[in-house]
Write a protein that binds this ligand. Structure first.
Ligand code: CDP
Length: 210
């Protein structure tokens, strides 16, 4: 079974994906980390984020096992990731790695922006997780504060709106709900409720005859 979870920044898709994978006993790939790690490699090497050639080789050089989440989850890296993620050749360079991960026998949960539309169009179940921008900004501000970053709500909300626009407006694999995805609006849900709703969708899809 392949579970595809997509949605905008701080919608709760990562938490839902992690919880589902643990519950189902399958592996989870947070594909945002691939773009964050590509961006970080570019910054470390002193390249501009729009340097296509170096961005592609940074993406090709990634190993799925060596993500240092403490370095990648910060606010700056989220912004930088959405810049390199808009480069079609970078996306292309990362497709096979993601598909290979999804093909594992026991199944997998992948979360990102284009899992249901591009990476795994035949996923068993596709969930498009959304929430109001203000709610997402509150969650992200709390998360960043928990990581020790100094943040103010207004600028986090501005980041979220800017990132929504960049991710939805790009030409290559823009953020959008797949035609056969179910939308899960988590604005009024806590983590438990969102997880329970997602699990119900997975169970319903798994029960369907193929
Ligand atoms: O946690 P959050 O949603 O803020 O970020 P993320 O999922 O780690 O993704 C960071 C950025 O990577 C996004 O804003 C997208 O531009 C990009 N991304 C993408 O283009 N495609 C994916 N499958 C995953 C992330």
């Amino acid at each position: 079974m392949i579970v595809a979870i997509d949605g905008p920044a701080a919608s709760g898709k990562g938490t839902i994906a992690r919880r589902l994978a643990a519950h189902l006993g399958v592996a989870h790939l947070d594909t945002g980390l691939l773009y964050r790690a590509t961006a970080r490699a570019m910054i470390e090497l002193g390249h501009r984020l729009d340097d296509i050639e170096h961005a592609v080789s940074a993406a090709r050089g990634l190993a799925l096992t060596d993500f240092d989440e403490a370095l990648l989850r910060g606010r700056e890296m989220g912004e930088a990731a959405s810049v390199v993620a808009a480069i079609p050749a970078v996306r292309e360079a990362l497709i096979e790695t993601q598909r290979r991960f999804a093909r594992r026998q026991e199944g997998a949960v992948l979360d990102g922006r284009d899992i249901g539309t591009v990476i795994c169009p035949d996923a068993t179940v596709k969930i498009f997780v959304t929430a109001a921008p203000e709610t997402r900004a509150q969650r992200r501000a709390l998360e960043l504060a928990g990581r020790g970053e100094r943040v103010d709500y207004a600028s986090v909300l501005e980041d979220i709106r800017k990132r929504d626009e960049r991710d939805s407006g790009r030409a290559s694999a823009p953020l959008k709900k797949a035609a056969d995805a179910v939308e899960l609006d988590t604005t009024q849900m806590d983590v438990e409720a969102a997880f329970a709703a997602a699990l119900a969708l997975v169970r319903a899809a798994a029960a369907k005859p193929v």
